[in-house]
Ligand binder design. Structure first.
Ligand code: RB5
Length: 143
């Protein structure tokens, strides 16, 4: 799978943990930044990742900031993006099965690295359920 991943300074350390795991799982990774812990603005990276996903240049996206909240707010402003802020296995799974989330948001200051790795794994392997769930996400207006 081709995955676009981005973080701000508040999510950089968690991204560094997740990158080798994603590569070991065989995914093609497009790391759009940031590349160190210097202070940056999270909407910049949400915008880049969402453009990759909505243009079809990535199959899905992962965005990480301190809480995951800013990234999810910024991402969900973009047409065609269904971003899910997940902090546990169940919401990660359901965000794919019921909501067809195409961007996963994580909060480095909320979710520890071990749980984050499990969230990413289940999120990437869970398929959309379709059916009534497709009808519901079509009601968003921008799918
Ligand atoms: C940066 O300090 C922090 O505000 C950002 O990473 C994120 O948590 C915003 O939602």
């Amino acid at each position: 799978m081709k995955i676009a991943i981005g973080s701000d300074h508040g999510g950089f350390a968690l991204k560094v943990v997740l990158l080798p795991m994603l590569q070991d799982l065989g995914h093609e990774i497009d790391d759009v930044g940031c590349y160190d812990t210097g202070s940056v603005d999270y909407p910049t990276f949400a915008d880049i990742v969402c453009k990759r996903v909505s243009a079809g240049n990535a199959d899905c996206g992962i965005l990480i900031c301190g809480t995951g909240i800013g990234m999810s707010m910024a991402a969900n402003k973009k047409d065609g993006i269904r971003a899910a802020l997940c902090s546990d296995h169940y919401t990660a799974s359901m965000s794919r099965e019921h909501n067809d989330a195409n961007v996963l948001c994580l909060g480095e200051r909320v979710t520890g690295p071990g749980v984050a790795e499990e969230i990413v794994k289940v999120w990437l392997k869970t398929s959309f359920g379709g059916g009534r769930h497709l009808r519901r996400i079509q009601l968003f207006g921008t799918v």
